[in-house]
Every structure is written in C-alpha cells, then in structure tokens.
Unconditional design. Sequence first.
Length: 208
Amino acid sequence: MGAGRERGNRRRKVHEALLCADALGRAILAVRTFCARAAAPATADLAARIRAVVARPLWNSKRHPERVTIGGFANLREASAAEPDVFRATLGSWWQSYFRIGNWRIILPIGPHNQRAAFTLLRQLLASDGPTVLWLINFPWLSINHAVLVAHETDGAPGHFEVYDPNLPDKPQTLVYDEAFSQFNYPPTFYFRGGAVGARLAYHKLWH
C-alpha cells in the first residue's frame, strides 16, 4: 500500500513538473501581462483564459499573435498559488504528459554530436523566441526525467544557463554546458544527485 502510494506520488510529481514547465513556456508566449492592478477574473473566466493559453502550440505561436491577459495577479506564480485548484483542473490530465507526442525521442541515443547540436539550437531559440523548454533525461536509467524552462544564458559565463525548475520554484538553477566533453550538467537537487544529463529541446516543433 505504501509503495503504491509512493509510486503514485512520483507519477504526479513528474506530470506536474512537465505541465508546469509547459504552461510557463506557453504563458510567456501567450500572456501579454499579469496586471495586478486589474480585477481578478472569476473562476470560470480564469479557467477559460488558462485553456486559451494551453491550447496554443508553442511551435506555431506566430499564428496566434493576439495575447491573453490575466488581471489580478503580478505573475504566473502568484496566480497559481492563489488558485491552485483552477490550474490543476485546467492544465490537463496525467496522460497528456506521459503520452506527449515528442516523448518517443527518449529512446534515441544521446551522444556528443547531438548534445553539441542541442547547445547550438538552444542558443538560437533563446535569441529568437526567448525562454525555452528543455527536457533533461538519462535514459535508460531514469535518474532524471524532468522538464525545465531555460530563461537565458548568463552574461559573462558562456554555456551557463539560468533555468526555472518547477520542483525548485524559489530560486533559479544553473545548467552548464561543458564544451570539452559536449555534455550538459545539472546541479544536485533533492531529486537528482547532480552531474551529466541528456538535454533535448521540447515544444519547438510539432514532433518534439
């Protein structure tokens, strides 16, 4: 009973982490502003606005130039903390993260060549589109299987990226690309011992 409950908790954490990073990436592209001075929307209206954000594909955002505005809150974290049930109910169910169309790539080998390509593409997407969702994995060991949002490359520190980790929302984390070994490294956390990770870009194409 206890083991089953623990497995269920782990599945929920993985799902919430993927949804959180996905939702934050979508929000940055689709929400013009969180306006604390404006009146907060009613529950049904807030849910409708969240659905409008989540429904927009990140890989084709130029087809949706109009933005969604959410009043009553200064930022996404404040809004989700104030209305957690609305966000949980509206972001989607567990199967949407487990059966996301790009998850098939987990079986593909990760080596120096594709990590160099990921590093180059990450820089390009940050420059052209802004914050970018990155999938961190170590398949087949699954010591990490997590999504983070890369905010930007640190000024004066090439290869050092500031990321938002939905498991550690209180402060940014630093993802480092080691050019000598062509690999990404993530710091130790309560869920990962730290070290090398495989990195794949997520949501920038339909099949990704």
